[in-house]
Ligand binder design. Sequence first.
Ligand SMILES: Nc1ncnc2c1ncn2[C@@H]1O[C@H](COP(=O)(O)OP(=O)(O)O)[C@@H](O)[C@H]1O
Ligand SMILES: [Mg+2]
Length: 293
Amino acid sequence: MSKNIKKVAVLYGGSSKEREVSIKSGKAVEEALKRLGYTVDAFDPINKNSFLEDFRAFNPDKVFIALHGKGGEDGQIQSILDYYDVPYTGCDATTSAICFNKRFTKNILKANNIPTPEDLNIKEEVEFPLVVKPADEGSSIGVHIVKDEKQLEEALENLREYNDILIERFIPGRELTVGILNGEVLPIVEIKVQDGFYDYKNKYISERTQYLCPAPLNFVITERIKKLAKKAYDTLKCKGAVRIDFILSEDNQPYILEINTIPGMTDHSLLPKAAKVAGYSFDELVDKILKGD
Ligand SMILES: Nc1ncnc2c1ncn2[C@@H]1O[C@H](COP(=O)(O)OP(=O)(O)O)[C@@H](O)[C@H]1O
Ligand SMILES: [Mg+2]
């Protein structure tokens, strides 16, 4: 334990659609922090009336944010913690807000010549297949791959509750993800789903989804992807641990889909898998995220 961090508050749960995943991440983190010898308490912002009071009464040296989705990953909780001058893990409020919004992220990536699937305006002539997804959601919630006009209309109807819907070119190819831990690029993970795409079921439920780490890619492509991941991390001013999702097209062109600023920490999660291959146990990973700045 360094930097005099003794008391750690773990935030998990929350009221986003990723609540269940966040509870799993948070509990795993809480256990690890206890094994590491910290004084730990957990807080769930779903308790809207008592949350801040309880949490401020504990008076932590640092907050470990294990909240996924809206409210926890989008800069809101980060802003509140900034207001109270409480240090926390991961990206600052601004970077969190930008990365949580796939449209903002895409615009910044494009402006910096970092490849990302083209976004389309459906008022113009479009070619199928396309991907339709909320600009600000996660865990594949609301992601539709559409093959014709009718499916496009259905997808837009399904996503009525969202006020910004992103329409992207569908990139057929291999699914990769790259973890970065305090600036260190971890080995690439390849995800192989048995059927369909990497949707909620294939992410959290299916036992048949395969994860290969390090991804079986040649040296040149591996280095190219790692370099792009690091460039994106630096460009978006990320801190701590993030996980960047890629599609490697059939002609070996990498495209960044999104940057996850609070990567999953469950037993199915990809950042812990990549960290293990890099030589860090789960507890070491948690400790590095806690101490990172
Ligand atoms: N443009 C795209 N081309 C191909 N597959 C895509 C595209 N966009 C999303 N997907 C598929 O949907 C999954 C979830 O999309 P992603 O943009 O990473 O959002 P989420 O925040 O929900 O994880 C991806 O892992 C991939 O399988
Ligand atoms: Mg993703």
